[in-house]
Design a protein around this ligand. Structure first.
Ligand code: PEP
Ligand code: MG
Length: 327
């Protein structure tokens, strides 16, 4: 198996009709880069930086963050490393921010991610300083989570620009070009993805949250988990729209939610035009195998059929039977 894996690692994730797909890894701690490299990842598509903040004794300072980011960026050589700025709050690592907690009644719709960062500019700027300093060591891309409208994106880019100037004026070296992109994981962002695409270098669709907010199902609530359906026609239409809007603006459409790593959906996502899949490293070989044995033409035709169906159960049935037959 190891020999097979090593062979596959050297082969590109290219469809039968020649579209080259990027398969990247999701990581939560810097040490996971080894698994990413070991499974042939084309880069890091999502580094969930908030996991650095789980440790006793308060928030990590700039130096500690800088070392963690630099480690990942250096280990990946010239491959791109997408680091997502802090996604604290909501249901995420809530225990880490008790001092900031406002006793929200509805934290999933609350003060998390970019909202929290924009409200705490010192925390945000410290992270951005650490990121920009680390950018000198490789190929960094910065990604903002939970963007819901243009204002948040513009504010974030403004702060990023300020921090860059400040570092430069102090003589720090910072990479010349650092792509800045956004997660598309809020329905309003999906709806205005044509507008957001003009101000982003890339999109990464966060299906974990996008599905949760689209069907109004708390992603951790077992009672209603049956409604959490990646194949809901409402979700499919969003995915199609976001990918098309990215392409119209000439930017890459990626995905880093769990859906990207589930081989059941690989062909659907290919057919919708997704360019980059980011997932747990261990999932990469299997998804790569499916990509290498599918053509975009057949995937598009398949998605076209799924999208003409009205009923979630019919869609699910056709998807499962087709994938079982083919793979
Ligand atoms: C997502 O929402 O799909 C995502 C990748 O981010 P997270 O799971 O960290 O919220
Ligand atoms: Mg998310």
């Amino acid at each position: 198996r190891d020999v097979q894996l090593m062979k596959l690692n050297e082969l590109p994730a290219e469809t039968k009709d020649g579209k080259l797909i990027r398969l990247k890894a999701n990581i939560e701690i810097p040490e996971e880069v080894d698994a990413a490299i070991g499974h042939g990842a084309d880069g890091i598509g999502l580094y969930r930086s908030e996991f650095l903040f789980i440790r006793p004794g308060g928030l990590p300072d700039e130096e500690e963050q800088f070392l963690a980011y630099k480690h990942v960026i250096q280990a990946m050589g010239n491959k791109p490393v997408t680091i997502r700025t802090l996604d604290l709050g909501g249901d995420k690592l809530k225990h880490n921010m008790k001092e900031f907690s406002s006793g929200e009644k509805n934290p999933i719709l609350g003060w998390r991610a970019i909202r929290f960062c924009l409200a705490h500019p010192e925390i945000f700027r410290t992270q951005l300083r650490a990121l920009l300093r680390a950018s000198a060591f490789g190929n960094l891309r910065i990604m903002f989570p939970l963007i819901s409208g243009l204002g948040e994106l513009e504010q974030s880019l403004q702060i990023l620009g300020d921090v860059r100037q400040e570092l430069r004026s102090k003589g720090h070296s910072v990479a010349d070009h650092i792509p800045a992109g956004i997660m598309i994981e809020v329905p309003s962002a999906a709806m205005i993805s044509d507008i957001l695409a003009k101000r982003s270098h890339f999109f990464s669709i966060g299906t974990n949250d996008l599905i949760q907010y689209t069907v109004a199902v708390d992603r951790g609530n077992e009672n209603i988990a049956y409604l959490y359906d990646p194949m809901h026609p409402g979700v499919l239409r969003f995915l199609k729209m976001v990918i098309e809007n990215a392409h119209k603006a000439g930017i890459v459409a990626g995905m880093c939610g769990e859906m990207a790593g589930d081989p059941l959906y690989t062909m659907v996502l290919l057919g919708l035009g997704l360019d980059e899949f980011s997932m747990s490293s261990f999932g990469i070989p299997q998804v790569k195998q499916i990509i290498r044995s599918t053509s975009i033409v057949e995937a598009e035709e398949f998605v076209g059929r799924l999208m003409e169906m009205d009923d979630c159960n019919d869609i699910e049935h056709l998807l499962r039977t087709t994938m079982e037959e083919k793979f």
